[in-house]
Ligand binder design. Structure first.
Ligand code: ITT
Length: 196
């Protein structure tokens, strides 16, 4: 299978490559160069479709399976922020460090050292023009500080359910056993079994 990842996020690319060890995996940049995509839908699913379609249309080939991922962390105690705005919580183009700092300050404003949170991933697959979407979730708690340097994004602030360490302290292999992305990708593989 020739898979094209419709993402520029290095953390996602690393995880997808580990989760798809036996496939030919390309990033869209390797095939068509850089592209700015406006993600203006109001759901993970809507934005995942926008990204996959943009790359599928530009590639203009029946040869590749295009896979996009729209994801984020939701914290119910602070009005479900940052949700679909996770990548740009501290502003357009914000770094992971800046987004984490904003989340920490929002939690501390409400005096929350630890509170429930969950990650969502919506994966969109397009093959020969057919569009499918699947979701995966990972539940746990978010803490008002960063611990560990593994993973990316909000991982140093997230303690998965059943664990006492943050994802920043767990290995890629451990995270990939139960992450929102790996769960969605398992469903995506089932979809591919049907459409291929
Ligand atoms: P692409 O659109 O190019 O895929 P992006 O980073 O802009 O990259 P999203 O709009 O889907 O992608 O935003 C995802 C953000 O959610 C990401 O930047 C992180 O801040 C956060 N996130 C998603 N999955 C995560 C994970 O597994 N670990 C940590 N943070 C994650």
């Amino acid at each position: 299978m020739k898979i094209v990842l419709a993402t520029s996020n290095k953390g996602k690319i690393g995880e997808f490559k580990k989760l798809l060890p036996n496939e030919e995996v390309y990033t869209f940049k390797e095939l068509i160069g850089d592209m700015q995509i406006v993600e203006d839908a109001n759901s993970f699913k809507g934005n995942a479709i926008i990204k996959a379609k943009a790359i599928y249309d530009k590639l203009n080939s029946q040869e590749y399976i295009v896979i996009s991922d729209d994801s984020g962390i939701t914290v119910p105690a602070i009005n479900n922020e940052p949700g679909i705005y996770s990548a740009r919580y501290a502003g357009e183009g914000a770094s992971d460090k800046e987004n984490n700092a904003k989340l920490i300050s929002k939690l501390l404003e409400k005096n929350l050292q630890i509170t429930p949170a969950y990650y969502t991933a919506c994966i969109c697959i397009i093959y020969k023009g057919e569009v499918s979407t699947v979701h995966g979730w990972m539940y746990g708690n978010v803490i008002a500080k960063e611990v560990g340097d593994e993973g990316f994004g909000y991982d140093p602030m997230f303690i998965p359910k059943g664990y006492e360490k943050t994802l920043g302290e767990l290995s890629h292999e451990e995270k990939n056993e139960f992450s929102h992305r790996s769960k969605a990708l398992k469903l995506a593989k089932k979809v591919l079994e049907v459409i291929l």
